[in-house]
Write a protein that binds this ligand. Structure first.
Ligand code: AR6
Length: 319
């Protein structure tokens, strides 16, 4: 998955580079900075001393020493001063410049902490939004695996408005599983004629195109390229070529939904695509309802959807 949101200690993450939320001296500090220096060993500080510091919004690279990561990219986030001191632009620059360095070094994976969201006091929901937006924009044009590492649950916050709207949507529609069962049992058994008709319909459906064929047709119809599609779906190139090369490919439900989002399908079209892979949307699945919420809102930004899914403790789209 190109963007993964994970809960971990960044010093333990196996990636080509991890990003340090440093200060302009680059000579260490508390928070994630302290943890990275402790885990990397004194050689890291020795190399940092040669760099001559770093301006806010900029990024510099060193080796990773005793860390599992090969490199550390040090960036300096802005100190929050109420929002009118260019903080958003500077925080955007931190992510952009770190990603640009990773690209320059031809790295395949990079892990970020939530820069500025600790000692520097940037409101956590806004810091998260900047991170997801900038990383999302980058991944629509580049191939890389980016981990957003969340250390403690408290540092992951959706905006209150979005959180409230999704909660409301779920509350209005969520159906406990036992209610569905009751409905199922209440359905009358089909007459023999109806049954024959259904069997025929099922057969026609089977003769129809497969999931892979339907997906490729929709990509053409929407005028998208393959690369645009898998990037918008947060799906990596290798998985996409497997699906392209195997017309009988059996995708997982999150994969199907990721493509529905990339193709900006309506709810009915999404249900059709799901059916091709043997799935249906269920009102007793929070995962399904959250994805449904975004489709109903016309918001097809997979990274924002994943941000919300993570906040609600669900699997992410694109696996
Ligand atoms: N792994 C991942 N994330 C972590 C870890 C960890 N081991 N430890 C903390 N975090 P902060 P800032 C999260 O304060 O706000 C330093 O002293 C933490 O929960 O480390 O950019 C520097 O030298 C929070 O969400 O960085 C600077 O002086 C996020 O990392 C100053 O702090 C950032 O918190 C930089 O402040």
């Amino acid at each position: 998955m190109p963007l993964e949101i994970i809960r971990n200690d960044i010093t333990k993450v196996q990636a080509d580079a991890i990003v340090n939320a440093a200060n302009p001296t680059l000579l260490g500090g508390g928070g994630v900075d302290g943890a990275i220096h402790r885990a990397a060993g004194p050689e890291l500080l020795a190399e940092c001393r040669t760099l001559g510091g770093c301006a806010v919004g900029q990024a510099k690279i060193t080796k990773g020493y005793r860390l599992p990561a090969k490199y550390v990219i040090h960036t300096v986030g802005p100190i929050w001063q109420g929002g009118s001191k260019n903080e958003e632009k500077l925080l955007t620059d931190c992510y952009r410049n770190s990603l640009a360095l990773a690209k320059e070094y031809q790295l395949e994976s990079i892990a970020f902490p939530l820069i500025s969201a600790g000692a520097y006091g940037y409101p956590k929901d806004q810091a998260l939004k900047v991170a997801i937006t900038v990383i999302g924009e980058f991944l629509l044009k580049n191939e890389m695996t980016v981990y957003l590492v969340i250390y403690d649950r408290a540092s992951f916050q959706l905006s209150e408005k979005l959180f409230a709207s999704i909660t409301q949507y779920i509350d209005d529609r969520y159906v406990e599983v036992h209610e569905i069962r009751r409905e199922l049992f209440a359905v009358e058994a089909p007459t023999p004629v109806q049954q024959r008709k259904r069997n025929l319909e099922d057969l026609m459906e089977q003769l129809d195109e497969t999931f892979s064929q339907m997906l490729l047709r929709l990509i053409d119809e929407k005028g998208l390229t393959d690369a645009e599609t898998y990037k918008k779906a947060n799906i990596d190139r290798k998985l996409f070529s497997k699906i392209r090369n195997n017309i009988d490919y059996k995708p997982s439900k999150p994969t199907v939904l990721a493509f529905a989002i990339a193709l900006e399908l309506t709810l009915d079209e999404t249900k059709d695509l799901l059916r091709k892979a043997g799935f249906a949307l269920s009102p007793s699945s929070k995962f399904d309802l959250i994805v449904e919420f975004f489709i109903a809102e016309g918001n097809y930004n997979i990274f924002e959807i994943n941000e919300a899914l993570f906040a609600f403790g669900q699997n992410l789209l694109g696996v």
